[in-house]
Design a protein around this ligand. Structure first.
Ligand SMILES: [Zn+2]
Length: 256
């Protein structure tokens, strides 16, 4: 499968860059252009972009959609039912919508859409041959954010299971290097969340009842941005644990 990964510098991204991808050559699909930039321009020089799509609507994955749509005249795709959020993120109206099972045609073969919500509600992956572009569902090192208000931990774990069961040969993530052990990586990320569940349950059992107090006990964060992410993640875990009946959580106070 003809897939090119193009790391584009993005100051706000977790690894300092976001991976854009191009699948195919004469009739190519461009995924997650974070900005209009020379790295992408060079990669696109000998290719004809016929389709543009994003894995989700965070700004480090959408910033270049409008510019490349205008330059290439490509068909712009958005997730079915999420076009308003797509337009807000990209300042660009989609031409078509997709959902699980939709196939986007490219010169390298059909690219199948698979909905993978959790990191963001509209999050999707793109399967090309035996590989899957997974956006911010997975990362080779560390973990990805599943933080409120966008994140939904139960949906995220379901999406990890779905990709793990598909067992692609390779995952192409939104940040960092390609993942050549997809099942192990999905398993590692799944277990990381289960470990965090246990830590949060223990913190609440020991008397921490607010998001702030639980975050203090569970995370070692410095800086406002990381702190905000950590608190949003704690909220995701509290909501999941409450749905499962493992603790009580009314949005401000948690008790066992
Ligand atoms: Zn994201």
């Amino acid at each position: 499968m003809d897939i090119v990964r193009i790391p584009v510098p993005v100051a706000s991204a977790p690894t300092g860059s976001t991976n854009a991808y191009v699948i195919g050559a004469e009739e190519a699909l461009l995924v997650d252009p974070p900005s209009e930039c020379s790295a992408l321009d060079v990669a696109l020089e000998r290719r004809t972009i016929s389709h543009i799509a994003v894995t989700h609507h965070h700004p480090d994955h959408t910033g270049g959609v409008r510019a490349y749509a205008e330059r290439t005249g490509a068909t712009v795709w958005a997730r079915y039912g999420r076009t308003a959020s797509f337009e807000a993120a990209t300042d660009c109206s989609p031409d078509r919508t997709f959902r699980t099972g939709t196939t986007i045609p490219t010169s390298a073969g059909g690219v199948r859409v698979i909905e993978t919500p959790g990191h963001a509600p509209e999050h999707c992956g793109f399967t090309a041959g035996s590989t899957t572009l997974v956006g911010d569902l997975a990362i080779q090192n560390g973990s990805v954010g599943v933080a409120k208000p966008d994140g939904d931990l139960r949906a995220y774990l379901g999406s990890l299971r779905r990709i793990g069961q598909l067992a692609p040969e390779m995952l192409y993530p939104g940040h960092g290097p390609t993942i050549d052990a997809p099942v192990e990586t999905c398993y590692r990320l799944y277990n990381h969340r289960r470990d965090r569940d246990s830590q949060i349950l223990s913190a609440v059992a020991e008397g921490a009842s607010t998001v702030e107090a639980i975050t203090d006990m569970v995370y070692d964060t410095e800086g406002l941005e990381l702190r905000t992410l950590a608190e949003g993640t704690v909220r995701s875990h509290l909501q999941k644990l409450a749905v499962e009946g493992q603790l009580s959580w009314d949005g401000s106070v948690a008790t066992t």
